[in-house]
Unconditional design. Structure first.
Length: 494
């Protein structure tokens, strides 16, 4: 390993962190937008390199300032967080491509530089949460990503964007407070903030009332950030009223990082025995996951706005992720991680379709999308691909996820659970068909004029739509990496 590659872990965080104030100071949108794209792809290249280094089971440790734990802060990369680094950085890189031009239409004029600065800060926080090996740093980076996310949401042209950002702020603050209290209680019992040291010391104190309370606070705090049913109230408005690119970015990254935290704390720090055998968290998490799958999909069916429909669909998709964790098995966790990767692709593609529709129509009301299949055939084809992936049609990434979930359920002899996963897919078919009917079979209110959005919007949309098919057919990458990550975290958490 050469001297440069040794510092890749810290560069993963430092590059977007330094780029954010540069965008704010420069303020020339044409230059800033290109610079942001370059930063996104630099982070993606670093994350791929880190994944390649740990894919065989190795663990990279980077000590900041050469201070060894527990005195110093370390960044620790294994297969689990390397996979999340790839997901977050790749989604950021692709979404940032669509920034030029689209930002001007979705964000008030003169505030484009704020979008790029806040987006890079959000990326910094998400990558920092994923890569750090210090629990207090988790809280710090989570707040960096959250605070900048509130700014991104508030940049929407609608006044309702301010209320959505404020609602997210309130719920996010509650969640962060719960998490911080849980971390404080863990520190009280262990005397360390380093994840490796804390894991070892928690084994001696795991039967104490303080640790039980800490587990409760941590799980609730992360669940708010993850939008676990019924703590999801902030999500529909945040995704619906924020600029389309913000929705695409947050939907494909933020909840994925929160899910990573849930796995890291439950299986990595507290351990499988305490969480699933002593406290039996699955008794609560499993029914909530099933309820999310059905409530989210049913709510999506009745929506009259495309983005809001996708937002409620995301609640159901989070239910699939937490369902995998609640099975408390290696196959279940692997299935949840597979869905993290796959859902980022298909939901990112669909929200970019919403960005294309906003560029053309000025909004995403379903009654205004009548006949768009003839006016924007290339864009609407991407919508169909993303919709089929949500349903779980064979040949798409959604099928891979649901097949893994059903297989994990059957492995635990939970036949009813496997049936419920397939039944919830039928509900997804209802709202996807609703979209198809509107854009292809209903007559537009005005004349038909074929006009697609510019390539800077269309290309990233089809990158993700095409990836939803490619990784649905050639699923070895996601399945192999997720399975290795699950095996590694289970081995450490036993």
């Amino acid at each position: 390993m050469n001297d440069f590659s040794v510092h890749l872990p810290i560069l993963q965080v430092v590059i977007p962190l330094l780029a954010a104030p540069f965008c704010f100071i420069l303020r020339k949108e044409a230059v800033v937008s290109v610079f942001t794209v370059l930063v996104g792809f630099a982070c993606f290249a670093i994350s791929m390199d880190l994944l390649a280094q740990v894919i065989d089971g190795d663990v990279l440790v980077y000590e900041l300032g050469d201070w060894a734990r527990p005195w110093g802060i370390e960044y620790r990369i294994d297969i689990l967080n390397a996979l999340l680094l790839v997901v977050v950085s790749s989604m950021a890189a692709v979404v940032f491509i669509a920034g030029p031009g689209q930002a001007r239409r979705a964000i008030p004029e003169g505030r484009g530089y704020l979008f790029y600065s806040a987006a890079l800060l959000t990326l910094t926080g998400l990558l920092g949460v994923t890569i750090t090996g210090d629990v207090f740093n988790v809280f710090v980076f989570l707040e960096i990503s959250s605070l900048s996310s509130y700014i991104l949401i508030a940049l929407g042209r609608s006044r309702r964007a301010l209320m959505a950002a404020f609602s997210y702020l309130i719920m996010g603050t509650i969640g962060a407070t719960f998490l911080l209290i849980g971390i404080g209680l863990m520190y009280q019992m262990t005397g360390t903030l380093n994840m490796v040291d804390m894991t070892e010391r928690l084994r001696d104190a795991e039967q104490t009332r303080t640790i039980f309370v800490a587990l409760a606070f941590v799980v609730v705090g992360i669940s708010v950030k993850l939008a676990v049913f019924p703590l999801h109230q902030w999500l529909p408005n945040a995704y619906s009223f924020s600029p389309p690119l913000v929705s695409a970015f947050l939907a494909s990254t933020a909840t994925k990082v929160a899910y990573y935290l849930l796995i890291r704390f439950c299986l990595g720090l507290f351990g499988l025995t305490l969480v699933f055998e002593v406290v039996e968290i699955d008794v609560l998490l499993l029914p909530l996951s099933v309820m999310a799958m059905f409530v989210g999909s049913i709510a999506a069916i009745y929506q009259r706005d495309f983005k809001r429909l996708l937002a409620y669909s995301s609640i159901a998709q989070v239910g699939y992720m937490t369902l995998g964790l609640s099975l408390a098995s290696e196959a279940g966790v692997a299935a949840g991680l597979i869905h993290v990767f796959n859902h980022a692709l298909m939901k990112g593609a669909l929200f970019l379709v919403a960005a294309c529709v906003t560029w053309r129509m000025g909004g995403t009301r379903l009654d205004a999308m009548k006949g768009l299949g003839r006016r924007m055939p290339v864009t609407m084809a991407a919508m169909v691909v993303g919709g089929l992936a949500l349903v779980g049609v064979p040949g798409t990434v959604g099928f891979v996820s649901k097949w893994a979930l059903v297989s994990a359920a059957l492995e635990k002899d939970a036949y009813l659970l496997g049936f419920l996963v397939m039944a919830s897919s039928l509900l997804a078919l209802v709202y996807v068909w609703k979209l198809v009917e509107i854009v292809y079979f209903q007559e537009p209110e005005t004349g038909i004029e074929r006009r697609e959005p510019p390539l800077r919007l269309l290309v990233p949309t089809w990158i993700l739509a095409g990836a939803s098919i490619y990784f649905g057919v050639f699923s070895d990458f996601a399945v192999d990496v997720a399975s290795r990550a699950a095996a590694q975290i289970f081995a450490a958490g036993m």
